[in-house]
Design a protein around this ligand. Sequence first.
Ligand SMILES: Cc1cc2nc3c(=O)[nH]c(=O)nc-3n(C[C@H](O)[C@H](O)[C@H](O)COP(=O)(O)OP(=O)(O)OC[C@H]3O[C@@H](n4cnc5c(N)ncnc54)[C@H](O)[C@@H]3O)c2cc1C
Length: 490
Amino acid sequence: MGSQPHLLISQFVRDQLSLRGARINEKRTQPEGEYVLYWMQSTHRFEENWALRFAILEADRLNKPLVIHQGLDPTYEHANDRIHSFILHNARELARRAEAMGLFYQFVLRRRRDDDRRVVDRLAARAALVVTDLYPTCGIAQRTQRLGERVNCRVVAIESHGVVPSGAFEKEEYAARTIRPKLHKLLSLALEPVAMQGPRRTVSPTLAASLRDTLAVDTLDLTRIDIASEIARCEIDHAVAPVALASGLPAARARLAVFCEGALADYTRRRSDPNDDEGTSRLSPYLHFGQISPAEVARAALASPHAAEAQKFIDELVTWRELSLNFCLRNPNFGTLAALPDWVHKAMASHADDAREATYTLEEFERADTHDELWNAAQRELLLTGVMHNVVRMLWGKTLILWSAHYADALAWLVHLNNKYGLDGRDPSSYGGIQWCFGKFDRPFYNRPVMGVIRPMSIKRARDKWDAEQYIERWVRSTERRQPDLPFPA
Ligand SMILES: Cc1cc2nc3c(=O)[nH]c(=O)nc-3n(C[C@H](O)[C@H](O)[C@H](O)COP(=O)(O)OP(=O)(O)OC[C@H]3O[C@@H](n4cnc5c(N)ncnc54)[C@H](O)[C@@H]3O)c2cc1C
């Protein structure tokens, strides 16, 4: 990154920041700016948030207060009640904690799609410097880039998604086996906990009041509002309903504790059973929204006496998750077939015209309306809960490819379904997981219809490996009786 804070900070923090940061524009810090602005986009937490840490260091160096701004618009892709609700409940928690921690945190909810007041621009116009999150998906990189062009001050983006700083890997890594040893070399250093220190200068009541005028929007008192009725007033997709999953750091920590004290001891076996609700951490929604730091999760797992099982978990949490992060950061085609290696393109070209066992439209897939109850059950788990078990997700993805007339449609539809209904969707791991179904990060296997040499996965054989009947009973038969209306457009 271009310039570093001149304070006495540890070499560890300095290294982390320089490997996680990127200058977004070539503009200067504005000495007459009234504050440093941290625009919270993807890391919805105060703890182990490297962008926030840098913003605080810069605020102290410039002797200015720090303003933390988080906004929620109706215009992000798939904006719906499920995602809005998870974000808003966490924002309420953040508002409470900010007060206790002496941080100035302001949340703005824009309800209408035609509301074009650019809140961040207005805040940035009075700032000395803008710091934000570096994140490759959800349109965040593009929004940040556009802000960098529009404003007059320096804009810096810092990544907090990975345990190991993403800047440690300048090129695209091609497989888990290539990134794993590199991650392991850096892991123990990257896991060092760093205590959070608030900014020295606080936002005065006069500045706070004038910021509200600057915003020209009614800022919410998150501790008082009725979140459901606020969401009902937003111009978003109300068909995708909220799910019964508590949002926020305390909920994530509670889940982490239950997992570390329970299933982690037998993770390798239990993670293979989609009927075992407690067999995996189920932390992916919290990790996606940055509500809990992956380093905190890793430290908790590594403190377990079951070292081999903890290492298996770390392989998912760090190796596979950060392989996906590296993929989305270093490959601009992460959302299209162009991201796939040559051998996959050859396989698709020679099997494009193979006869399909069945083909469906996006709407039929979305409604969980195929001939196969197990596939429908997987889709219904996603529709109803906002997550899908990893074992089923692989099968769901590979089978949708088999039942689509065109590979490009299959990819676009998987991204659509995963990102619209998944609370952990729109994440680097969403694209990594979906592209893995097409052969990304993998090697060729034996030749088969439609998939060619891409690793096959058979929905029929899955029934021999785990109790598919129990899964179908749960997500198709019993939920059809209890909950016949699925959350998709009429
Ligand atoms: C088709 C497909 C789509 C996927 N879409 C998503 C998605 O939208 N969001 C998402 O977070 N993950 C996705 N994954 C990866 C994986 O399925 C989920 O991360 C996992 O099921 C989440 O459950 P958990 O939190 O209980 O995982 P645990 O087993 O407890 O793992 C802990 C954490 O490690 C990470 N992780 C685990 N497995 C993987 C993996 N294979 N690749 C990358 N990171 C991993 C996740 O952050 C997870 O929360 C997808 C995989 C496939 C095959």
